[in-house]
Design a protein around this ligand. Structure first.
Ligand code: H2B
Length: 128
């Protein structure tokens, strides 16, 4: 019988979590990440952005675009829809807080929102 070797004997689990972006961010890392994002706030538990779109259909279209990205990353924001105002809340449920993966998703949501804003016929920057 060959001896069994567990993952933790081969790689440091904390290092591995950090390499794959699934390590919880500390306060300094979170502050730095929030600064680089567009309109996000939050704490070590979750990050959040509220945005007002031009119309209800445009808000729903935005949710649809975010859904496609979230599904592709297998990482999903909580989304609150109130007429044309959307609130995105992101955390990594399995870790119980904010990880790099949440920041990556927030960046992609920002990209979708700036695309929506650029789409506005009158050039108003509602979605920023
Ligand atoms: C099995 C699968 O990877 C998980 O359940 C995913 C799905 N989407 C997720 N989304 C978010 N925001 N956090 C998670 O921990 C999470 N886990």
């Amino acid at each position: 019988m060959s001896p069994r070797i567990t993952t933790s004997e081969v790689v440091n689990p904390t290092l591995l979590a950090s390499l794959i972006g699934m390590a919880l961010l500390d306060a300094a890392q979170l502050a730095e990440a929030l600064q680089a994002l567009d309109g996000w706030s939050g704490d070590l538990k979750a990050i959040k952005r509220t945005v007002e779109l031009e119309s209800f259909p445009q808000a729903i279209e935005t949710v649809d675009r975010v859904a496609a990205v979230a599904e592709a990353m297998d990482h999903h924001p909580d989304i609150d829809i109130r007429w044309r105002t959307l609130t995105f809340v992101i955390s990594t449920h399995s870790e119980g807080g904010v990880t790099r993966k949440d920041i990556d998703l927030a960046e992609l949501i920002d990209a979708i929102l700036s695309f929506e804003a650029a789409d506005d016929a009158d050039g108003s920057e509602t979605a920023t």
